[in-house]
Design a protein around this ligand. Structure first.
Ligand code: G3I
Length: 384
């Protein structure tokens, strides 16, 4: 029985992954599942790379927590998504409460990014460069960065990240941007803002902290993904997926609804080649962030708190398997995804935007006509 990442790869995606956190790595049962690269081919540090941990006092850098997760991923052959450089939250007081001129704060951002991205150079498949810059109405969030620099802090951050590592993918990452509306439009505005300023932005990360029964439909999810690609990024990803119950415990029908909601997200990603992967925001309810922030809510992940797989796991797995074997069948997966390569096959063609090489990659290397296999970084070559 193949596992989630194996199936996602066989379906043409780059990864299926999970976030994790340092404290959890002493839980042997937890680790035995997390370290299985066939299940999770990608890892994101849930906290350890945030500003509060990496530069707690000005000019004094500590990468201990992030490094622990990075070396976990590396030793298990898993891709690392890196998270997050410029964010209003988990920001040390010396930044958030400082009195800054525009030049000073620009220097603070540049120094932080140069050091952190420089430290992780060559290790990160992607970086969440700017995180959660938007209000729900699509306007810019009031943060120290916005107050001092206006929207210019966003291209400043992207340019600093590009200067520190030319090979990592640079993402804007936010929640409630998976569906259509003002925040989606705000995200498109950010993509254009960075590009108009001459900066590089490769991807939009849709966090996807969703609610059972209120998850957008597959067709809405798909059209929103396409809107970001049309705006000018080359890829998108679901970066922090979880789908929570607003009240607990979940009923049997609730678990079926949750499975259906996870299915919509999985199908949407499969339907658009430029959606490179799905990361769940930890994999077990035992370590979900949700109950501490939304008391009474939770049960949002694919494994319950006793490490049993939920109906949603079976749904995600069977949708990926159908795409991997080229059988859309009753899953309703569009035919386009069924042309994706099986990783062990040699006589196959990779669709445009698909992966065609990289460290650990064992799939097809021939690109569909009209596209060429292009080196992106050590982990990833793509048909462009
Ligand atoms: O490290 C301290 C520890 O020393 C202390 O004893 C303990 C007591 O509460 O707190 C620990 O820090 C906690 C930290 O997670 C590490 O466990 C913080 O209180 C807690 O607030 C923090 O929560 C994190 C949250 O971001 C903060 O906003 C969650 O773990 C993390 O999963 C969550 O992740 C965010 C993404 O970065 C961005 N998108 C939303 C997502 C969910 O909120």
């Amino acid at each position: 029985m193949r596992q989630l990442h194996q199936l996602a790869k066989a379906a043409g995606k780059l990864y299926f992954g999970s976030a994790t956190d340092n404290g959890e790595l002493s839980d042997a049962t937890y680790v035995s599942i997390l370290k299985d690269a066939d299940m999770f081919g990608q890892i994101t540090p849930g906290n350890g790379q945030k500003w509060q941990y990496t530069e707690p006092t000005r000019g004094s850098f500590s990468f201990t927590a992030g490094d622990q997760i990075a070396s976990f991923a590396q030793s298990n052959g898993q891709l690392l998504r890196c998270h997050a450089l410029v964010w209003h939250s988990q920001l040390p007081n010396w930044v958030s409460s400082g009195t800054w001129t525009a030049a000073e704060l620009t220097s603070v951002i540049n120094t932080h990014i140069a050091n952190e991205v420089g430290h992780y150079k060559g290790q990160c498949y992607a970086w969440d460069v700017v995180n959660e810059a938007l209000n729900e109405d699509g306007s810019y969030r009031d943060s120290v960065f916005y107050r001092v620099l206006g929207d210019s802090y966003i291209p400043i951050a992207f340019k600093a990240a590009a200067a520190a590592d030319q090979d990592t993918k640079l993402y804007y990452n936010d929640y409630n941007i998976e569906g259509s509306g003002s925040k989606q439009q705000g995200t498109i505005k950010i993509v254009k803002l960075v590009q108009d300023a001459g900066g590089k932005i490769d991807g939009v990360g849709m966090q996807a902290h969703l609610i059972v029964g209120s998850t957008p439909s597959q067709s809405t999810l798909e059209s929103v993904i396409r809107s970001y690609i049309s705006a000018g990024v080359t890829e998108v990803a679901y970066t922090e997926l979880d789908i929570r119950f607003s009240s607990l415990p979940p009923s049997e029908s609730g678990l079926q609804q949750q499975a259906s909601d996870y299915g919509a997200v999985t199908r949407a990603c499969l339907a658009v080649d430029a959606c490179v992967g799905i990361t769940i925001w930890d994999y077990t309810d035992k370590y979900s962030w949700i109950p501490s922030v939304f008391p009474g809510s939770g049960a949002a992940l694919l494994w319950d708190e006793n490490f049993s797989r939920k109906p949603a796991y079976s749904t995600v797995s069977s949708i990926l398997r159908a795409a991997a074997t080229g059988g859309g069948g009753s899953t309703g997966i569009p035919t386009a995804t069924s042309t994706a390569p099986e990783p062990t096959s040699t006589s196959c063609t990779v669709v445009k935007w698909g992966q065609c090489g990289g460290r650990g990659y064992t799939g097809c290397t021939a690109c569909a006509s009209g596209s060429t296999c292009t080196y992106s970084n050590d982990y990833y070559s793509q048909c462009l």
